[in-house]
Design a binder for this molecule. Structure first.
Ligand SMILES: *Cc1c(COP(=O)(O)O)cnc(C)c1O
Length: 434
C-alpha cells in the first residue's frame, strides 16, 4: 500500500519510505491510500480473541501488503507484551488503562511497534549500516522511544532533552538505560533540542556520513498501531454486554491517539461518536465551535503532555473528512478544562469512586461526565499511570500513591548522559565521530 501526503505535493511513498522519512518532503503527514474494512465476522466474535490476535488483524489491514504475515505477527506480538484493560469506574463510565507498558503511558505501543518495524526494514537491506534515531523530548516522548528501541539491533537512539527541565521520574526513564540509548542533556530549552534535531536532518555532510531518522509522533509506524487498543476496548465491552452506543473520549494534545481511533471507526469498529478532551490548550475545541483553525503558542498546564498549541494530526483529521467542518463536528465533539477543573475532577472522582485519575485522564473522565447521553456507554483513555506525576497527584489528592515496580527500577538506575551546548556545531561534531 502507498502513502500520500496531506499536502498533496510529495509523491506517494512506500511504507518503508514513509517510516524512514517521518514527515513527507512537502511537510505534510503521510496517510494510507486505502483504509480497509474489517469483515463483519471479525466483530461477531471479537470478544473471544486476545489483545494480540485482535491487533494482528488490524495490523494486517494496514501493513499486510508490505510485511510478510509471520514477520508482522512477530512485530505485533513483541509490541503488545502487556495488557490494556477496561476498568469500570462508575455505572456508565469505563477507563481504558493504557499505562501497563514499560514507561506507563500509551506512547509505549506506537514506539515499540515502530522500533520493530524499522528493524524489520533494516534487516532486509544488505550492508546493515546502523540507523540513528534522533528524538527531542520535553519528557514523555523520550522515555517511550528510548524504551521502545532499547536493545533493538542495528538502531542507535539519541535522546536530546533540556537540562533541568524534565522531571526526575521522566529523566531516569531514558538516562539509565545504556546499551543502544544515548541521552544528551542540552544546555537550553525544549525548542533548542528540537532545533538541533531539525538542523541535523538538513545537514548534507552529516547525512552523507551517517543514516539518520526520526521517531516523531507523526510517523505512520507510531500513529497507526494506536488503533489496536480501540478494537480491544470494544471487545472487552462486548464481553460485558456494553457494546451498544459506545462513546470514546480521548485526552488529546497532538491528536495522534484520537485520530487512530477514528481510523478504527472507519474500518468498521462500532463506535457511536468521539470526544476530544483538551486542557487549556483548546485550539481544536475552538475549531469545532467556529470552523476556524487558529494555532496559538502552547500554555503550560498540569496535564503537560497535552500542552500543544498547533496539533500536528489535525491535518489528518481534516484530510480524512475532506475538510468538512460539518462532517468533523458530526463525529467528534470537544471539551476544555482549566487546571483548577482538572484538580477538582481528580478529587471528586477519587472521593466518589475510589479511582485515581492522572491529570490527562481526568480531562477524559470529566468530558464523559458532562457530555454522555442516556443509553450511551462511555470509555475514556487513561493515557498515563498517575504515579508518573506522583508529586502533583499526591499534592492534589493529599495522598501517597504507590510507584509501580517498573518505574521504581528506573529510579534505582545510574544516570548516564552527555552534556552539550545548544550550538549545532557541537552536536554535529559529536555525531560525525559516532
Ligand atoms: C502524548 C500524551 C497525550 C496526548 O496524546 P496525543 O496523541 O498527542 O493527542 C495525552 N496524555 C498523555 C499522558 C500523553 O503522554
Amino acid at each position: 500500500m502507498k502513502y500520500y501526503s496531506t499536502n498533496q505535493v510529495a509523491p506517494h511513498a512506500t511504507l518503508e519510505e514513509a517510516v524512514v522519512r517521518g514527515l513527507a518532503p512537502d511537510k505534510g503527514l503521510y496517510m494510507p491510500e486505502i483504509i480497509k474494512q474489517l469483515p463483519k465476522d471479525f466483530f461477531d466474535h471479537i470478544e473471544t480473541l486476545s489483545f494480540q490476535e485482535i491487533a494482528y488483524r488490524v495490523a494486517d489491514a494496514f501493513f499486510g501488503d508490505d510485511v510478510e504475515p509471520d514477520a508482522l505477527k512477530q512485530i505485533v506480538y513483541d509490541t503488545l507484551a502487556f495488557d490494556a484493560p477496561v476498568v469500570k469506574v462508575e455505572d456508565n463510565i469505563y477507563s481504558l488503562e493504557l499505562f501497563h507498558g514499560p514507561t506507563l503511558a500509551f506512547k509505549d505501543v506506537g514506539a515499540r511497534f515502530m522500533a520493530r518495524l524499522l528493524q524489520h526494514f533494516i534487516k532486509k537491506e544488505a550492508g546493515g549500516q546502523t540507523v540513528n534515531v534522533l528524538v527531542a523530548t520535553s519528557g514523555d516522548t523520550g522515555s517511550a522511544v528510548a524504551n521502545g528501541f532499547l536493545g533493538v539491533d542495528g538502531i542507535h537512539v539519541y535522546v536530546l532533552y533540556p537540562k533541568g527541565k524534565v522531571s526526575k521520574i521522566q529523566e531516569c526513564q531514558f538516562t539509565t538505560l545504556g546499551q543502544n540509548i544515548t541521552a544528551i542533556e542540552i544546555d537550553g530549552v525544549f525548542d533548542d533540542c528540537q532545533a538541533l534535531v531539525k538542523s541535523a536532518f538538513m545537514d548534507e555532510e552529516l547525512n552523507r556520513h551517517i543514516k539518520l531518522t526520526s521517531a516523531n509522533s507523526i510517523n505512520v509506524a507510531r500513529f497507526l498501531p494506536q488503533a489496536f487498543y480501540y478494537f480491544y476496548a470494544y471487545a472487552q465491552l462486548k464481553k460485558l454486554g456494553r457494546q451498544h452506543e459506545v462513546v470514546i473520549c480521548v485526552p488529546s494534545g497532538n491528536f495522534g491517539n484520537i485520530t487512530a481511533g477514528i481510523f478504527g471507526n472507519e474500518m468498521g469498529l462500532p463506535v457511536k461518536r468521539f470526544i476530544a478532551a483538551n486542557n487549556a490548550n483548546d485550539i481544536f475545541y475552538q475549531y469545532l465551535k467556529s470552523g476556524k483553525y487558529e494555532p496559538k503558542p502552547s500554555k503550560q498546564t498540569i496535564a503537560n503532555a497535552m500542552d500543544v498549541g498547533n496539533p500536528s494530526n489535525f491535518a489528518r483529521i481534516y484530510d480524512l473528512f475532506g475538510g468538512s467542518h460539518e462532517r468533523i463536528t458530526s463525529r467528534i465533539s470537544g471539551a476544555t478544562y482549566t487546571d483548577a477543573q482538572i484538580m477538582e475532577t481528580m478529587r471528586q472522582c477519587h472521593k466518589d469512586t475510589g479511582y485515581t485519575l492522572d491529570p490527562h485522564g481526568a480531562c477524559g473522565y470529566r468530558a464523559l461526565k458532562e457530555l454522555l447521553q442516556p443509553g450511551e456507554t462511555g470509555v475514556f483513555l487513561e493515557t498515563a499511570h498517575p504515579a508518573k506525576f506522583k508529586e502533583k497527584v499526591d499534592a492534589i489528592l493529599n495522598g501517597n500513591i504507590q510507584i509501580p515496580e517498573r518505574l521504581a527500577n528506573f529510579m534505582r538506575g545510574r544516570k548516564q548522559s552527555i552534556e552539550m551546548s545548544k550550538d549545532f556545531n557541537d552536536f554535529k561534531d559529536f555525531l560525525m565521530k559516532v
